[in-house]
Design a protein around this ligand. Structure first.
Ligand SMILES: [Zn+2]
Length: 417
């Protein structure tokens, strides 16, 4: 810890001198691109991809854009394959190469699946615990590195004190790093639909030992389904890479005090990538339409089956011949009700004659016998009661609709007139 304090003090003393290093004769001639993680350190994990692969794909596209559009600028990668490189070696490479800028490319992740957007960090005073926490995740990679305590001046990613002290450390090129970070965020926002989370400062170990202007950029959330999908498309990767390229170009123009025309995003992304993307969207749209049509047909079919079933049940009810009196009124004896429709062999139906079923209020109601006057029906009810159908009672129908005794009498009177 004491060693860390000394370094902090030294860095604060050294800080004022560093600004003198940026002179008008400066040239931006070398960029170190650092694809975060690699090998057995995958970084954050999405539903269908790993951070290390997206970081590498975007880094290689950025390098390609620089080679094609700024051939005077040399590109050095910390890795070009799926291999693990210690954080200390990444910053050592930038220092050894005397790079003019160091850009570390990463994807963000959060527990909240709706967290989204891009943000770019420079090494410096962390203004919030959230920014320290963000750095902690990326710094955890050093835990499997040999001699990490020695290489990072006693820094321990798991110690809160270590993180707080470390967060006070400031890169000597803070102003330049901030300027580059600002430009990157500006271009992300104008070229993509990604939300701008801004430029922040936090203690990232990969930036800590880098003694050149350095940024760590989080190009979107792999934990957000929509952003993960976008970051896995060629077009998305090119849009991000082109945004960083435009920022490098603007930074170079400012540093060298000259005007450089910035190519538009359309000029930077290969035509084939745009065509493929349009093709992909078209195909997705077609597939969506086919799926919709299939769902519609399936639903129609379901409705049809349900209607057929209903019709069949209605027919079954009617199939037991309805016998009416000459005046259209029929008297029956209701014996029981049931939620389920019983099979004809059900033991409860065995003793009954002339069974007629009707559905009322989602219940199946079982009746027995048919008579054209109340007294006959009532006599039959008494017989059924003796047989054990204790709840039996007379029900009266007119044109298959249940009616009251009063209504039945009224109809009979009308008929007899
Ligand atoms: Zn990362």
């Amino acid at each position: 810890m004491r060693r860390l304090l000394i370094i902090l003090l030294l860095s604060i003393i050294i800080l004022p001198y560093s600004f003198a290093q940026e002179t008008s004769s400066s040239r931006l001639s070398k960029v170190v691109i650092d694809p975060g993680h690699g090998g057995d350190k995958p970084g954050a994990k999405g539903k269908r991809s790993l951070e290390k692969d997206i970081n590498l794909a975007v880094s290689l596209k950025l390098g390609e854009l620089i080679k094609n559009h700024l051939p005077e600028v040399k590109v050095v990668y910390t890795r070009t394959k799926d291999v693990d490189v210690d954080l200390i070696k990444r910053s050592q490479l930038a220092n050894r190469e005397k790079a003019d800028i160091f850009i570390s490319i990463h994807c963000n992740a959060a527990k909240n699946p709706s967290a989204c957007g891009t943000e770019t960090f420079v090494m410096g005073l962390a203004k919030s615990q959230a920014n320290i926490e963000a750095a902690k995740k990326e710094n955890a990679d050093i835990l499997t590195e040999a001699n990490y305590a020695e290489n990072y001046d006693g820094f321990d990613p798991n110690s809160p004190e270590s993180n707080i002290f470390f967060a006070l450390y400031q890169n000597s090129y803070l102003e330049q790093s901030l300027s580059l970070a600002d430009k990157m965020q500006k271009h992300y926002t104008s070229n993509t639909k990604l939300f701008d989370r801004g430029v922040k400062q936090a203690p990232y170990l990969v930036l800590y030992k880098t003694s050149v202007p350095a940024v760590l950029t989080e190009i979107g959330f792999i934990s957000n389904e929509r952003e993960e999908k976008y970051l896995n498309t060629e077009k998305g990767q090119y849009e991000i890479a082109a945004s960083i390229f435009q920022a490098i170009l603007n930074y170079k123009a400012k540093m060298e005090g000259r005007k450089i025309t910035t190519p538009s995003i359309a000029e930077l992304i290969p035509q084939k990538v745009i065509r493929d993307e349009q093709e992909r969207i078209k195909k997705e749209e077609e597939e969506r339409k086919i799926k919709e049509e299939q769902d519609r047909i399936a639903l129609e079919k379901q409705k049809e089956i349900a209607a057929q079933q209903k019709e069949k049940e209605a027919k079954e009810t009617d199939s037991i011949e309805s016998k009416e009196g000459t005046n259209g009124v029929v008297y029956r004896v209701q014996v029981f009700v049931d939620k389920e429709k019983l099979s004809k062999e059900d033991s409860r139906l065995k003793e009954l004659e002339e069974v007629w079923i009707y559905n009322d209020n989602k219940m199946w109601k079982y009746t027995s016998g048919y008579f054209n006057n109340f007294n006959q029906a009532n006599q039959y009810r008494n017989i059924l009661k003796d047989k054990g159908y204790k709840d039996a009672f007379v029900v009266i129908f007119h044109k298959n609709k249940r009616i009251s005794l009063e209504k039945a009498k009224e109809l009979e009177e009308q008929f007899n007139k």
